[in-house]
Write a protein of this length. Structure first.
Length: 143
């Protein structure tokens, strides 16, 4: 009887954790797509929902003027987001992108690998900031 009670208690205690994980995954997905579609639509509002702009950073492997790959970093994401939002010819919000993988650690840190069809791969690190999932670091490579 004691074992049955322990199993039942364990099942009830596991439900809130699973629900939280599901809620977290939905919120992380929303932040990632706010970034992706916010950039595509040049929506400053969506970009600010996605990023902790005052603290986030970005690094990428880009093609230099000499044709060689080079690493570049951006430390002021407010400037980057403003630049993306000021794009006079944004690519549009209907472009294709997908989350390749998502790992949530300790309910307050997540790593997401994202693919923008034909353009780039992102490795996004998200942190739970005051109860909201925000991108705190972005690394990318061009396809």
């Amino acid at each position: 009887m004691r074992i049955l009670q322990t199993l039942i208690l364990a099942c009830f205690l596991a439900v809130p954790a699973a629900a939280q994980s599901s809620d977290d995954k939905a919120a992380i997905t929303a932040a990632v797509f706010d970034y992706f579609h916010g950039q595509g639509e040049a929506s400053h509002e969506r970009l600010l929902r996605a990023f902790d702009a005052d603290n986030a950073t970005m690094v990428g492997v880009i093609r230099g003027e000499d044709g060689k790959d080079a690493v570049r970093s951006w430390k002021d994401m407010n400037e980057v987001l403003s630049s993306w939002a000021a794009n006079a010819s944004p690519p549009g919000g209907d472009r294709a992108g997908e989350i390749i993988s998502m790992n949530v650690v300790n309910d307050n840190l997540a790593v997401v690998l994202f693919r923008s069809a034909g353009n780039f791969y992102d490795a996004l690190t998200l942190g739970k900031v005051n109860g909201q999932w925000k991108i705190i670091a972005k690394a990318f490579v061009l396809q």
